[in-house]
Structure formats: structure tokens, C-alpha cells
Design a protein around this ligand. Structure first.
Ligand SMILES: C[S@@+](CC[C@H](N)C(=O)[O-])C[C@H]1O[C@@H](n2cnc3c(N)ncnc32)[C@H](O)[C@@H]1O
Length: 221
């Protein structure tokens, strides 16, 4: 009984396994597979999980990082989870960043399983997903310690390559993977960046250029 979608869900082996193993979402198996292969979680690590609700990835992160710290962030609320802290808010807002810094000043791993609201129009959904992934990368650059790791979901398409190039510029080792638990028809992939190179030093402040001065004094050159 139930809708066609509910029947399909019950036939999905990962959904059934998630229910059996007590995971809040089938997506937990994607992170388990990524970690089995690429080792991005671990004892003592501080992990930030962007787009954490309902909590499948935070559960895996907490299980696999004993003695560490997991902070989930989401626009939606998440029921309390043992071993994880939770901030409700938009991760792009300065106030959310401030709350995170107060909780976890040093971050070893940034995870993002975020999706935009799906419209069904592929090009638009792809563009929104790449935009969100770019914002997750900006966030990672601000909070990760040098040597830290990044995992980010993104929908493949023509804007994917420039995003991947950005990750390649920031991390010493980069891999793209489509875990078995991702639905076969899904265009989602996960970009894994290991060993963050660290924020580049601020640009040296030289003499102002004529253009700087023109802008400052509203001159037309
Ligand atoms: C696919 S779900 C994540 C599932 C989760 N990884 C799990 O295993 O339970 C994507 C989440 O991203 C969140 N999200 C999207 N944009 C966000 C934003 N700007 N700030 C915080 N969360 C966001 C959504 O609210 C949604 O809960």
C-alpha cells in the first residue's frame, strides 16, 4: 500500500538498510563508502557537516570520530543527535559563521551533502547546485586548518569543471566519486579534496594606483 514513491522507497536496499541500522537517512551509506575509501573522518577530528538535517551524515561523522567534535548546520531543524552539536541557520550568513567559530575554532573536515531546492529543470538545478558547492568551498576556505579535508556533493554538468578546478587549486589531492548508494540515475557526484593548502597570504599593500585614487575621489580618468 502507499504511494508509488513510498513503494519504490521500501524496495530501495539502502533505505531498508538505513532503517535496520538506525541511520536517519540512506545518504549515511554514501559517507560510509567515501570514508572507507578516502579516510576523511577519524578519532579526535573536528567536523562541520553543512546541510546536516535529518542527520545521517552527522551520525556517521560522530561514530567515526570518537573524541572529536561534530557540528551540523542546516536551515531546517534537526532532532538532537548524540555526539553532535547543531546550529540552525544559513551557513552563508556571518552570524552562523560566528556561532561556529565560538564552538569550533579549528576545523579538520568540512562536509557538504547540500542540495538546492529541486525545480525539475536540469540546467537550473545544476547551476544552483554548483553555486551552492562554490559557497561551501568559500566556507571551507575560511574555517579549515591547513591540511584539512573537504567533501562536497554537486550535480554534474557544464559548470562542474570550473568548480573542480577551484578545488584542485586549493587542495593537494582531489578525487571525484559516485558512491554506490547514490541512485543510478542521479547526476550527483562527490568531490573530495584532501590536504587543504591554506589561505594564501593577503595581497601586499602597495601604493594606490591611479584607478584606486580615481575611484576614491570619484574622478573620471
Ligand atoms: C540532502 S539534505 C542533507 C542530508 C544529510 N546529509 C543527511 O545525511 O541526513 C540537504 C540539506 O541541505 C540543507 N541546506 C540547503 N541549503 C542550505 C543553506 N544555505 N544553509 C544550511 N543548510 C542548507 C537543506 O535544508 C537540507 O536539509
Amino acid at each position: 500500500m502507499g504511494s508509488k514513491w513510498q513503494r519504490a522507497k521500501r524496495r530501495d536496499p539502502f533505505w531498508r538498510l538505513a532503517k535496520k541500522e538506525g541511520y536517519r537517512a540512506r545518504s549515511a551509506f554514501k559517507l560510509l563508502e567515501i570514508d572507507d575509501t578516502y579516510r576523511i573522518l577519524g578519532p579526535g577530528r573536528t567536523i562541520v557537516d553543512l546541510g546536516a538535517a535529518p542527520g545521517g551524515w552527522s551520525q556517521v561523522a560522530a561514530e567515526r570520530s570518537p573524541g572529536g567534535r561534530v557540528v551540523g548546520i542546516d536551515l531546517q531543524t534537526m532532532f538532537p543527535l548524540e555526539g553532535a552539536e547543531f546550529l540552525r541557520g544559513d551557513f552563508t550568513h556571518a552570524a552562523t559563521m560566528e556561532r561556529l567559530r565560538a564552538l569550533a575554532p579549528h576545523v579538520d573536515t568540512v562536509l557538504s551533502d547540500m542540495s538546492p531546492n529541486i525545480s525539475g529543470a536540469y540546467d537550473a538545478d545544476h547551476a544552483r547546485s554548483v553555486h551552492l558547492a562554490g559557497q561551501a568551498l568559500d566556507f571551507a576556505e575560511q574555517v579549515l586548518r591547513p591540511g584539512g579535508d573537504f567533501v562536497c556533493k554537486v550535480f554534474e554538468g557544464e559548470l562542474f569543471k570550473p568548480f573542480l578546478d577551484r578545488v584542485r587549486a586549493e587542495f593537494a589531492w582531489v578525487k571525484v566519486t559516485h558512491p554506490e548508494a547514490s541512485r543510478k540515475a542521479s547526476s550527483e557526484v562527490f568531490v573530495i579534496g584532501k590536504r587543504y593548502k591554506g589561505r594564501s597570504a593577503p595581497e601586499p599593500r602597495g601604493e594606490p594606483t591611479p584607478q584606486d585614487l580615481a575611484g576614491r575621489f570619484e574622478l573620471n580618468l
